[in-house]
Design a protein around this ligand. Structure first.
Ligand code: ADP
Ligand code: MG
Length: 346
């Protein structure tokens, strides 16, 4: 996941987020073994150093500037019709959920998703006289190449009766969620819950509901959260009112279009550790590949997209290799913007 001197206009950016040592680690006398090179987006481990677009935490830039630098441009782009994806990558325990802000117990104020919601609604508030907005959210999870709806009202109650089996995944009578591509390349999820929201409070409630559904599932099913990808998607539709009151310069682009629709995917990826640990024996490897099909495919897609030379040569981008990349296909590459946040523990 090294970013090789990415240029300004590159559509894929990679940031590293170093979390501080936490309680247990301090008690065990662990020491930081990651140093951040002052004034550079570079981390050093032993004699190796790695350069990224940004480095946050553990005396790199403060984590609080991550949102401004990496995420705000994506939220602004959403209003201009650009799809975007934010991915949190890293081992279990490295801070992915904390960074995204899907954890219910902590990080709720500083996590990316709550900050995105705040930014989104304050921007909508300031534009609502000229533009009519419609917001939808969906929250799904991909586990072993199956898409699960975290906002499904019928599966919510079944959570505590699941008894460790996969009852939640296949609710009888409910068809599995299918990924479809329309003729204009827009990816949709057939069969998942997409709810309309009009207030910040509503959106936050759905985030919480989905996180809860994921958390309950993971205690019932042997910590599946570290093996699944959770994707919170915000879809923003804009419709210009017939007689816009004032012509704010920056809005001219949108004005001529009339209607715009864009989506932002906020992804808490499965723990990356199994991708490395596998490899030796056949059975394990197979399992690892299956579980991490999404991570492997994502790596391949990102490297195909991030490499300008490959892109110019028209190298095939293997979106179809996994559900994860297929689902994100219209929001990775092309005109869309992608930020990968690699979370590491020190
Ligand atoms: P992951 O989702 O990658 O498995 P978590 O987000 O659950 O990891 O983080 C593991 C632990 O580390 C949690 O207890 C969390 O509160 C803590 N943590 C993670 N990132 C930070 C941070 N930047 N500052 C303080 N604590 C953090
Ligand atoms: Mg997590």
């Amino acid at each position: 996941m090294e970013a090789t001197g990415a240029s300004e206009d590159c559509c894929v950016k990679v940031a590293v987020h170093v979390r501080p040592l936490i309680g247990d680690e301090k008690l065990q006398g662990c020491k930081d073994c990651v140093t951040v090179i002052q004034g550079k987006p570079q981390v050093q481990i032993g004699t190796h150093s790695f350069t990224f677009d940004h480095v946050y935490g553990s005396t790199g830039s403060p984590s609080s500037s991550m949102f401004e630098e990496c995420i705000v441009p994506l939220v602004d782009g959403l209003f201009q019709g650009y799809n975007a994806t934010v991915l949190a990558y890293g081992q279990t325990g490295s801070g992915k959920t904390y960074t995204m802000g899907t954890s219910l117990k902590d990080g709720c104020q500083t996590g990316i998703i709550p900050l995105v919601m705040n930014a989104l609604f304050s921007k909508i508030e300031s534009l609502k006289h000229q533009i009519e907005f419609q917001l939808h959210v969906s929250f799904i999870e991909i586990l072993k190449e199956e898409v699960r709806d975290l906002l499904d009202p019928t599966s919510l109650n079944k959570a505590d009766t699941a008894n460790g089996n996969t009852g939640k995944v296949n609710v009888p009578g409910k068809p599995l969620i299918q990924i479809r591509e329309s003729s204009n390349g827009v990816i949709t999820l057939a069969g998942s819950t997409e709810v309309g929201v009009s207030t910040l409070k509503e959106m936050a409630a759905y985030l919480e509901q989905g996180s809860l559904s994921r958390a309950t599932g993971s205690t019932n099913m042997n910590n599946q959260s570290s093996r699944s990808h959770a994707i919170f998607t915000i879809t923003l539709e804009q419709m210009h009112k017939a007689n816009p009151i004032s012509g704010d310069g920056s809005l001219n682009d949108i004005m001529s279009e009339g209607y715009l629709c864009a989506k932002l995917h906020l992804v808490d990826l499965a723990g990356s550790e199994r991708a490395k640990r596998t490899g030796s024996d056949g059975m394990r490897f197979k399992e690892g590949v299956h579980i991490n099909k999404g991570l492997l495919a994502l790596g391949n897609v990102i490297s195909a997209l991030g490499d300008e030379k490959k892109r110019k040569e028209g190298v095939h981008v293997p979106y179809r290799d996994s559900k994860l990349t297929r689902l994100l296909q219209d929001s990775l590459g092309g005109n869309s913007r992608t930020v990968m946040i690699a979370c590491i523990s020190p």
